[in-house]
Every structure is written in C-alpha cells, then in structure tokens.
Design a protein around this ligand. Sequence first.
Ligand code: GDP
Ligand code: MG
Length: 162
Amino acid sequence: SKPTIAIVGRPNVGKSTLFNRIVGGRMAIVEDKPGVTRDRLYGNGSWLNYEFHVIDTGGIEIGDEPLLAQMRAQAEIAVDESDVILFIVDGKTGVTDADEAVAHLLRRSKKHVVLGVNKLDNFKQREQMYEFYSLGLGEPYAISCAHGLGIGDLLDAVTAKF
Ligand code: GDP
Ligand code: MG
C-alpha cells in the first residue's frame, strides 16, 4: 500500500497551507474515532512517480488538552501512523521551546523526519534556516508554503526515505 507522510508542528507554522498544496482537492474519507476529530485531515498526494497518503496532524483535536499535550499527542499519532514525518517550523519566529519538545520526541521515535523551515518567502530570509540545525534532525529545508518555494526539494527529501 502507499506510504504515509504525517505533517507535524506548532499551530500557525503553515501545516495546513502545505497540506493543501500537496493534496490539492484529493481528500481521503476516514472515520473519526471517539474523542478525536480527523475530518478533512487525510489526503492523497503524488510527487514524480510516488503516490502517498498525507495526514495534517495539526487538525487532530484531542479533547480540551493544553497546547503542549495536544502537540505531543499529534506527534505520537504521526509516529504511529506514518512512514515519514514532515516536521514544520516557523523560520520567521525561530526555534521555540515547543519546537524543541517535539524534536526531542521525534528523535527518540527513530522515525524518518524531514525538517521544513517555512515562511522563508525570499532569498534573503533563507539564512534564517540555519539555527534549526540545533533541533538535531539533520538538514533543514527552507520553504515558503504560501509562495510555493522549496516544496519540490522538500518532497524529494521525503520520498527518498520511502
Ligand atoms: P497551521 O496552523 O500550521 O495549519 O498553519 P496555517 O497553514 O493555517 O497557516 C498559518 C498562517 O501562516 C496563515 O495566515 C498562513 O497564510 C500563513 N503562512 C503559511 N505559509 C506561509 C508562508 O510560507 N509565508 C508566510 N509569510 N506566511 C505563511
Ligand atoms: Mg492547520
């Protein structure tokens, strides 16, 4: 069956913008589990010769938990259900405590992780990706989901891990 990519990251970093870019209108129908809303979060994508499922974990709501607990739960779902995790951070904001907490969890999971540094909308802003090497997840990929920059290189890195 097709491999699954899970998109993980803090609220507002651009996960849904990336998800919509990758899947377009190709949504998958999935049933919600009790207490977990997953409507509209599963899609199908393709890149070159690869076809895959995509999950936008940011939209998975688990009860009324605080932010960090939500993010941990979303990351755990990503670890359980995906083959490659696409961890998205905000290059304009820089590294946050929540990014470090999620990075720690992902490193321990031993899953394949590709790190996308979003909101780097022009060439000058690209240098802001370098601080994200500190997350210990390897090479950061500079992207702008809003402008469609760097997405091809990002998907090359992801599909290379299938
Ligand atoms: P999510 O909460 O991680 O799903 O983030 P969203 O996809 O909803 O995006 C949050 C905000 O960031 C929205 O206002 C987007 O328009 C904006 N955004 C997303 N990608 C980019 C980008 O590449 N550059 C800039 N400047 N803004 C972006
Ligand atoms: Mg979202």
